[in-house]
Design a protein around this ligand. Structure first.
Ligand code: SDX
Length: 393
């Protein structure tokens, strides 16, 4: 029968779980992790503290933070054989495809943390994933460049270590720039979790069958890749480059508004926010800081983005649909300024979101009401009919 189920494509009005991790008020444009406003976390905490918070429910004190950081840094290396996985990819492979493969492959190395019913093993898997993601993302980059893989350095912070694995080389000491490291750390904080977005829901659905956490996170990475989701940061920067100059904005906006065109203003619009994405405001601030630090205040792409934002925010089409900039509108410009190639932007998002995925996965496993995810359908196909043998069709 078809009458028994609620038809809700895209889950516009279906809550799939109870969660106490992240709160969004889309009309007001508010975001909180475990009750803490994102604006305060961005200033008074770093990414490691945010990870601890998302995972454990409370911010760490100094001792707890140090213990957590020590534990994470003990797991930053990947198995030496992981190098062969990278070498199996084409050098021009998209880093997201490399990440889907290599993160999924982690399950074949860490048999001692795959029992999802054992809380201790779940914790070790969580730590392993948070610790190894930067190493894998940087390895994907180094491989694409034909440069040697860099081993992690545990005397550096999470974000500084990542920058060094990306941009350092074995021949010389890497000079850490605190402003740029802080900017990367803020990107990670802002992307860390966002309640039941598409990739997080994918992780939960994959996990609902009892699949191991490495497999579930690989599924999340696959979902995040899409341009309507995490791929939007890459798509937004590509769009800015294609628009090219402020003079071309009006023609581009007309194209977006044309009912017969599928062109979207990438980095705009959100399922939940019908107001400014609070992360976009923080990201724009970071954008200023980074460009100033690098002497790029006159960066044409940043100017173009600001002008595009201004024009869209005053245009009836965007106003009536409550379309505002989302986190990805400015994150691409920041990442570009940091020297991160466009194709790796979504990989950085995946690195940040790993903590959100794992915290949500943990919450689901621990939830006594958790069941295998199994949506129903409204069947609209043929009624029953007979199969004629091939020579009679
Ligand atoms: C992320 O869900 C999360 O929390 C995601 C995320 C996270 O942290 O996990 O916040 C990360 O994915 C950010 C979103 C990145 N995506 C983009 O920037 C791509 C561009 N934006 C869109 O494609 C779109 O806005 C979505 C996918 C983000 C939201 O889609 P919805 O909720 O399904 O809304 P919709 O597509 O039904 O849009 C409603 C109307 C439509 O017009 P009408 O048919 O009513 O005339 O608004 C229009 C849409 O055509 N519209 C846009 C638009 N976004 C929506 N028109 C032009 N440009 C856009 N960007």
């Amino acid at each position: 029968g078809t009458g028994k189920f609620t038809y809700d494509p895209g889950f516009m009005s279906t809550a799939s779980c109870n969660s106490s991790i992240t709160y969004i008020d889309g009309d007001k444009g508010e975001l909180q992790y475990r009750g803490y406003p994102i604006e305060q976390l961005a200033v008074n905490a770093d990414f490691m503290e945010s990870c601890y918070l998302l995972l454990n429910g409370e911010l760490p004190n100094n001792v707890q933070k140090q213990e957590f950081v020590d534990t994470v840094t003990k797991h930053t290396m990947v198995h030496e054989q992981m190098q062969f996985f990278f070498r199996g990819f084409r050098r021009d492979a998209h880093p997201m495809s490399v990440l889907v493969g290599t993160v999924g492959a982690l399950a074949s190395f860490y048999h001692d943390s795959l029992d999802i019913n054992d809380a201790k093993q779940r914790e070790i898997s969580a730590i392993r994933l948070i610790a190894k993601m930067p190493t894998l993302v940087a390895m994907a980059y180094k491989y694409s460049m034909g440069q040697p893989f860099m081993y992690p350095r545990n005397d550096l912070s999470y974000s500084a270590n990542f920058m060094r694995m990306m941009f350092g080389n074995p021949c010389e000491e890497y000079k850490v720039n605190d402003v740029l490291v802080r900017a990367l750390d803020r990107i990670l904080i802002l992307h860390a979790d966002h309640e039941q977005n598409a990739s997080t829901s994918t992780v939960r659905l994959a996990g609902s069958s009892g699949a191991n956490p490495f497999a579930c996170i690989a599924a999340g990475i696959a979902c995040l890749w899409g341009p309507a989701h995490g791929g939007a940061n890459e798509a937004a920067l590509t769009m800015l480059k294609e628009i090219g100059s402020v003079d071309n904005i009006p023609a581009f906006i007309e194209q977006v508004k044309d009912k017969n065109s599928s062109v979207k203003l990438m980095g705009f619009g959100h399922r939940v926010y019908k107001n400014f994405d609070p992360r976009a405001k923080l990201m724009r601030e970071t954008c200023y800081e980074v460009l100033e630090e690098l002497g790029l205040q006159d960066d044409p792409l940043f100017k173009l983005a600001m002008e595009l934002e201004k024009i869209a925010l005053n245009d009836e089409y965007f106003v009536s649909r409550k379309l505002y900039p989302n986190v990805d509108f400015y994150s691409g410009i920041v990442q570009s300024a940091l020297g991160i190639p466009v194709s790796l932007f979504t990989g950085i998002f995946a690195m940040a979101r790993t903590i959100g995925w794992i915290a949500q996965w943990n919450e689901m496993i621990a939830d006594p009401e958790q069941k295998i995810g199994r949506p129903r359908q409204l069947f609209v196909g043929s009624t029953v009919r007979d199969v004629k043998p091939l020579d009679q069709r």
